[in-house]
Design a protein around this ligand. Sequence first.
Ligand SMILES: C[S@@+](CC[C@H](N)C(=O)[O-])C[C@H]1O[C@@H](n2cnc3c(N)ncnc32)[C@H](O)[C@@H]1O
Length: 219
Amino acid sequence: MIKKASSKRWMQEHVTDHFVKQAQKDGYRSRAAYKLLEIAQKDRLLAPGSIVFDLGAAPGGWSQVVAKAVGANGRVFAVDLLAVQPVHGVQMFRGDFTEAEMRQTLLNLAPQGADLVLSDMAPNISGIADRDQRLSFELAELAVEFAADALKPGGHVLLKVFQSEWVDELRGRMSELFSRVLVRKPEASRGRSAEVFLLGQGRRHPSDKTSCTASAEST
Ligand SMILES: C[S@@+](CC[C@H](N)C(=O)[O-])C[C@H]1O[C@@H](n2cnc3c(N)ncnc32)[C@H](O)[C@@H]1O
């Protein structure tokens, strides 16, 4: 009964949501596209010619944004458990990112190193907060380690994670790998949603072991 009421409320909100309407107008497949657009603009994440990974890409809103921004000289590799309708300029893979073989397949695509790793991956929401937070943390943690291997020195990672007691651990690990770690909550991210986005800027050179935990900022 509660589930029925909350899915009715979700549907009502969805059809009246400003970003849903805007996505229909602009031809984006998801309202999530505006989360990336806002962060990418503020933090200058996307540039023509860049090599980008898009983890958890279905239905393809972020991929659309990235493909347009990187243009014909860029490369975009995307993965999802679900099938995604093709996006022009994006090499799409259907598979499970938690499988080492899938991650290796992706890594092999950009041996020269990527400029940006994006992860909007989220577990299926069960409504059991502890479980959902734990699964979200595990996906985010894998995305950070993947980014460490996939990025060129100076490259960036942007990833979604549900707020939880583990977020500080993730920020700490990111601070070892990136010069700056920032927290982002874009306007299109619903206020009651537990999601936040962590941005790691400037992949340190792998030989540079300097820890910089104190640089984790929230603005
Ligand atoms: C919020 S949606 C992504 C929306 C997308 N960024 C967009 O703009 O259209 C989260 C996606 O993460 C995917 N996902 C979750 N776990 C995954 C995994 N282990 N491997 C690959 N994709 C995964 C889900 O299938 C889902 O499509």
